[in-house]
Design a protein around this ligand. Structure first.
Ligand SMILES: [Mg+2]
Length: 125
């Protein structure tokens, strides 16, 4: 069973680098996108098993990007990464089709677990 292909989407280079390095070390195949439009392109080119999507990004934010991903690939699990994890925003994200959410600043081991859970759930479908 594959450990899965993870598409990371975050506008901050440092965050992309930390996540990319950590998740690659955990055995995932990883692609990092710096914006919503770049992430949408990567759906076709990289074909991720799971998406880690930052909520706060300039221009196309994570909410808009989530809506477009769900419209294009409704079964692809999207885990939102948000600095503002209050009940209002998280229930909105889940209502829009997010599979899960992770509060920022994130715990890397917890994040890897959340990714692995979504990859195996997707493989079971
Ligand atoms: Mg951001």
């Amino acid at each position: 069973m594959s450990t899965g292909k993870v598409l990371i989407v975050d506008d901050e280079l440092e965050v992309r680098q930390i996540l990319q390095e950590f998740l690659a070390h955990k055995g995932h195949e990883v692609y990092a996108a710096g914006s919503g439009p770049e992430a949408l392109n990567a759906l076709d080119t990289f074909k991720p098993d799971v998406v880690l999507l930052d909520v706060s990004m300039p221009e196309m934010d994570g909410v808009e990007t989530l809506k477009r991903i769900v419209a294009l690939q409704p079964t692809l699990p999207v885990i939102m990464v948000t600095a503002n994890a209050d009940v209002g925003i998280t229930s909105k994200l889940l209502g829009l089709g997010a599979a899960d959410y992770i509060p920022k600043p994130f715990d890397l081991e917890y994040l890897d677990q959340a990714v692995s859970i979504q990859v195996s759930a997707a493989q079971d479908r």
